[in-house]
Design a protein around this ligand. Sequence first.
Ligand code: PMP
Length: 490
Amino acid sequence: MNEIEQRLAELEQLGLTRRLRLVSGPQGATVLVDGKPVLLLCSNNYLGLADHPRVREAAADAAMRWGVGAGSSRLVSGTMTIHGRLEEQLAEFKGSEACVLFGSGYLANIGVIGALAASGDTVFSDELNHASIIDGCRLSRAEVIVYRHRDVEHLDWSLRKHARRECRRLIVTDSVFSMDGDVAPLSAIAELADMHGARVLVDEAHATGNLGPGGRGAVAEARLEGEIDVVVGTLGKALGSYGAYVCASEEIVRYLINCARPLIYSTAPSPPAVAGALAALSLLRERPHRVQRLRANARLLRGALAAEGFPVADTDMHIVPLIVGEPRTTMRLCQAALERGVFAQAIRPPSVTEGFSRLRLTAMASHTASELEMAAGVLGDAARAAGVEPEAFIPALSERHEEALEPVSEPGLAYAETSPAPANGAAAPFDLERHLDEADATAPAPATAGAAPFDLERHLDGAEAPAPALASGTAAPFDLERDLQDVRAA
Ligand code: PMP
């Protein structure tokens, strides 16, 4: 056995083998998984914009006008008018002086942390921060102090203990935690940073579009717009596309353009992805009640799960962890739910701490009330079929009120191993060719053809403006006049 076979066998034995599940058709509230229609309850397409007709049209139109790829990094020839336009819009939306796009949220976090902290500096990081933050901390070579989850006193203690004047200090936190769905105490963190002369980076990946006035995020909800040094966010979740942004002062953005390696050494975001995000942002601004719909759906899902006996907090947060503990039971539960028509992916170590494997449920604005109620019932049945009563699930960390642990003050000590397990296991679990054939045969018609697989607008008040016609039908793929107008407008 070579070391790869050995590692795969070990993962298999631990119940930690991963495989890719193939979803056919667009990312609606219902999708086809392995050819079967199921309710999607684990997507970050929170507002239902990834498959919205206007977002699709914008991306398709951009592909015809500007092409598919940016062709090079931002600093060579890859900065196009459309990048500038989205950066302006995002800066305005997030109430910051400036904004710069990155290839993805993962790249943004490793880029920004690496630019703001290096060997000799100190980063203070919440123990439940996302893997991209953890990896950013590791790559930066700074000393990393992991403070207990949302524990302001522990952060304060850590800042006092590591108060070397000559080093740069950076506090890093998710605003909405990706696996637990709770919110960081941002006002207290900002205050501590001020007091101790540290910078703050807040990752709004799960908050932008979902929280705060008009979906402007948790920073806006805490009335801290313009007061957090760096706000990172992704275009890949509520904004329905791919890519990421960093909002900060004009000076920090200029610094990142010069010093953030993933921005310097990686191809600029593609025009269709940027245009899709622009369209999603304008939809969000036109119709902010999508956010209220998401919050109401989250509350409804949590209520229905609580009625089934699951220990979920009575909040309106859209990420709902159902923590089983043991990875194999979690996989059995996931499979049982899937067989009953609900797709809620199992999340196991290293994505979460050992002993806390879970289904990570997510509400979307595009779910109906009856879908969410049905899902809660299915999950109750599936839990019992997998051999766990809903009452035996573990509450989320912020609900557990555990005994305080010893503070962790050594670099990297509290970090679980985060290197991802290989995606597919030893044997190919699915036949891609077969699935592509099936997908083509069974995928719902795209919304642009008139029959949307799920019509969110039906569930929201009023009608939307009709989607603009595809440029390809009316204009040449490259239209110099329109591009020149864009340049003048930019
Ligand atoms: N930050 C957080 C909190 C996340 O949950 C994620 C994605 N899961 C990212 C960053 C990475 O974003 P992206 O998918 O755009 O790389």
